[in-house]
Design a protein around this ligand. Structure first.
Ligand code: NAD
Ligand code: MG
Length: 399
């Protein structure tokens, strides 16, 4: 790796990806530094991070000056507010890489600004590609922005792809942990509570992606993410359940060779690789002890118990406006489930219903996508309000 330090803008610094990224930087202060940290509302945690890392500026997107205690941030750190300030911060000339750790479609704004500025992007915010994959990849090709996946499966594929040429790829195989309900019966899943859905067996993540993992909507979003990131047909993407989360994904080449990337489940590794690529440096993630007995299991996913997964394949194939609608409906559904307003099994039902009722457009503009995002959220909220009572045991409206 070159001896110049990489200057990082870290979006969503207070979240799970954000704190893992800061662990990586803390271990490599000789080669990395954070210039920008952003958060939505947790100014106390952001202030603590600012005191530890002394970035040039911090941005709080969901607050105003009055919401934050005076002198909360070190005097040398500029404190700014709002989405506009975030977009300006990522395009600053001295930023080498933007790590997108914001959750949901809210991450699109900052990622888009970074793409327009031709930055290297460590992409954790998969929703950006789900919502606007065709426009994002087209714009990146125009500006020279480099999208390097942070999502562990996509990082694995990115690494495995280095073993061959693009035209030698037969298919990719995304691995899925199966989430906390992998072995649960359909009846038990129907009665799942937010607490049980938040107890992920192998990964420690933010609440939204943890619920997405329980429904397997996370894998659905990742199918769509992979479709755009690696320019594949939906038919070239397989999903296999691998409960240990050690094989992070695989690429099958035309000669039948399958290349996989393995490591203990820890996001610090793919975050670090996105920063150092094409180089590798000493890692901070735990390593295997291959002298101990361990086994790796693989099983096909069960689309009956996890119907969200089918939506991923369908939407990846449709493209156009399907991704933005699926994503917006899912964000509302997850929020409503976490507030015990809808049942767990209503999450994919709601998404399918909103998708089916939307006016499909195969080649949308960014403005069209943004207005469909709003429309789908309103429709999803309307759908949840039609549920006669806010109890997980009650039935949803027909769809
Ligand atoms: P999180 O909930 O832990 O953190 C989210 C961060 O985004 C916080 O810093 C929060 O302040 C910020 N944020 C929330 N709403 C915002 C808004 N409206 N505008 C601006 N900022 C906002 O989430 P996470 O688990 O770190 O996930 C972040 C992203 O990374 C998601 O897209 C997720 O799918 C992806 N991802 C996460 C993991 C993981 O291990 N956590 C793994 C792979 C991919
Ligand atoms: Mg993933």
């Amino acid at each position: 790796m070159s001896t110049t330090r990489k200057h990082i803008a870290l979006l969503g610094a207070t979240g799970s990806i954000g704190t893992s990224c800061l662990d990586v930087v803390r271990a490599h202060t000789d080669s990395m530094q954070v210039d920008v940290l952003t958060a939505h509302s947790n100014w106390q945690k952001l202030a603590k991070q600012a005191a530890d890392f002394l970035p040039k500026r911090v941005v709080l997107t969901g607050l105003k000056q009055d919401d934050v205690a005076a002198n909360a941030f070190p005097a040398a750190v500029e404190v700014e507010f709002g989405e506009e300030a975030l977009a300006e911060a990522v395009v600053a000339a001295d930023i080498d890489i933007v790590i997108t750790g914001i959750v949901g479609a809210a991450g699109l704004r900052g990622t888009w600004a970074a793409i327009e500025a031709g930055k290297r992007i460590g992409l954790a915010n998969k929703e950006t590609l789900v919502v606007a994959g065709s426009l994002v990849t087209k714009k990146a090709a125009e500006t020279g922005a480099k999208l390097i996946p942070v999502d562990s499966e996509h990082s694995a594929i990115f690494q495995a792809l280095e073993c061959g040429q693009a035209n030698e790829v037969a298919k990719i195989i995304l691995t899925a942990s199966g989430g906390p309900f992998r072995t649960w019966s359909a009846e038990k899943i129907a009665a799942a509570t937010p607490e049980s859905a938040l107890a992920h067996p192998t990964w420690d993540m933010g609440p939204k992606i943890t619920i997405d993992s329980a429904t397997m909507m996370n894998k659905a979003l990742e199918i769509i993410e992979a479709r755009w990131l690696f320019n594949l047909e939906a038919s070239q993407i397989d999903v296999v359940v691998h409960p240990q989360s050690i094989v992070h994904s695989m690429v099958e080449f035309v000669d039948g060779s399958v290349m996989a990337q393995l490591s203990p489940p820890d996001m610090k590794l793919p975050i670090q690789y996105a920063i150092t690529w094409p180089d590798r440096i000493e890692g901070v993630s735990p390593k295997f002890d291959l002298t101990q007995t361990f086994s790796l299991d693989f099983e096909p996913p069960d689309l009956e118990r996890f119907p969200a997964l089918s939506l991923g394949f369908e939407v990846a194939e449709q493209g156009g406006t399907a991704g933005v609608v699926l994503n917006a409906a899912n964000e509302i559904a997850v929020d409503r489930f976490l507030h015990s307003k809808i049942a767990f099994t209503e999450i994919p039902r709601l998404c399918r219903s909103i998708l089916a009722s939307h006016q499909f457009e195969s080649d949308p503009t960014l403005d069209q996508l943004l207005s469909l995002d709003k429309w789908a959220r309103q429709e999803a909220l309307r759908w949840t309000s039609l549920t006669s009572h806010h109890s997980p045991s009650l039935t949803a409206p027909p769809c």
